[in-house]
Write a protein that binds this ligand. Sequence first.
Ligand code: HEM
Length: 228
Amino acid sequence: MIDKKVKMHYRWTVARRLIHWTTFICIAVLTFTGFYIAHPFWFIYSPGTREAYNTFAMADIRFIHFIFAFIFISAIVLRLYYAFFSRYDADWKSLLFEWFNIKEWKIVLANYLTFKPYGVPIKSKYNPLQSLFYFLFIIACILQIISGLVMFTMGQNSIRGMSFMQKALYWFVSMMGGYAHVYDLHRFLTWFFIVFFIGHVYMILAHDIGDKKGTVSSMISRYEAEEK
Ligand code: HEM
């Protein structure tokens, strides 16, 4: 039965939904292929015969990692563009400042821990915990992209000198204290993305159980319920 007091609110534009699901697919593929690159004993994959010339599992998996890495980079660049310049969806203020909203933290944590409705309207685009979570996510994406690009172009250094990308990102290698730590960061952030995913799903479910706005389905349906 339809509750007449509820009206549907247009929450996510096509672009935002596309960016969201593209990012999700990329992170899933990059995590899987990344773990394979780190620990190739996971599975043996050999198309055709098992002759050495035909067994390019690592090369193939690395290739997939790089294809999705560049799709991921494009999605994050677009996401940042949207955060600042979208006419409908610019949310940079909410991402940068909302998590300082000390007053709302208590209400929000109570909702996440007890699944009860907020009880008060949240005026900003994101509540403080979402805002902090998404802010950290974007920082992690930027660091993952920089560390990935450093590793990706490492092989281009030669006796003729460093490649353009290596020169451009050398400040990052120095800051990290060497290439080995750039690898460590890339691996550490992979775990951040796994923890983020679990937390993100938990938060959306808790939000939906508490406020019953259809948040889970809104990233596909584009609508979220709001009281009239
Ligand atoms: C969410 C995004 C990403 C995840 C979860 C991820 C995960 C991983 C993991 C776990 C590894 C293995 C590290 C190791 O050797 O222990 C790896 C390697 C690598 N990743 Fe990523 N990665 C991501 C994005 C990127 C991006 C954007 C690039 C940019 C080109 C990139 C380039 C590389 C390179 C070059 C390697 C090393 C390959 C090798 O040593 O053969 N990654 N990645």
